[in-house]
Design a protein around this ligand. Sequence first.
Ligand SMILES: [Zn+2]
Ligand SMILES: [Zn+2]
Length: 295
Amino acid sequence: MSRDPQREARLIEKKIAGLRGRGFFPKELLDLIEEAMRLQRDASEHVHIPEISREVLAPADTTVQGAPLLVRERFIYDEDNVNTLFDELLALALRSWGPLADGANHISSALASGRLVKRDIFSAYLTADETFFAPWRHELDNAPMLLDFLAETSLVPSLAACAAKVAVHIPTEHEWNYGHCPVCGQHPLIADLRGKEGQRYLTCSFCRHEYRAKRLACVFCGEEKTEKLQYFSSKDEPGYQVHVCESCKHYLKTADFREYDRSSIPVLDDLESLTLDILARNKGYGRPTLSAWGF
Ligand SMILES: [Zn+2]
Ligand SMILES: [Zn+2]
């Protein structure tokens, strides 16, 4: 999806200013996210992913049955780009506040001693290797998700660029009846409604591809029975709904800003509506994805 980087930068700035105004999120967290998004934008402008030929992707007869075009383990990343961004983000965390700076120090020492190797972090992220990340979450006890954050945030520009090269092979007449991402097969992060009819678009939690999906079906298990699909909202979070599924007990947040003078930036919508995650969890529902910021 081609975007105007300057317009996007202005939208991000406006949205983060709004988040600051609410006073709910610590200033240090918003500073970190704002700077991380700026670094990601710079990285996205310089990332290089080679063209991907149709032959290396899943055959068309399997994609019509829901197979993704390229599974996450096979995504290509621009190693220089990811390494540089990782170092910049780590430096940012080192300059940040208490627990985060301590965690970043710990990671720096592990990298310097060779106990932690950047290439291993990236490959563990691509293969969703919990056995790699779990001990680090334990070790970084005051900032448990820091390594997840660094891995995900530094890979996103590459993964999104790779997804864009893959997505050109999605046929334009393609109707996608599944909840997972047609490019990589991963779960969506959040949904947003667009246009007069409120078409539902999902943003992939892994490759950030945005795709249209059926409005009345659970994106996680495919449940379509209306009595199993409910939603709720909160007056404290206007513009958001939480769609829950009684069959799989998962929930998905949906931004519907069509009646507001607000723009959807999925990774920030996800943060902005954090109180709805708490509400959903208290009601007994879960989400199978981390937030866009690794927590
Ligand atoms: Zn994807
Ligand atoms: Zn479900």
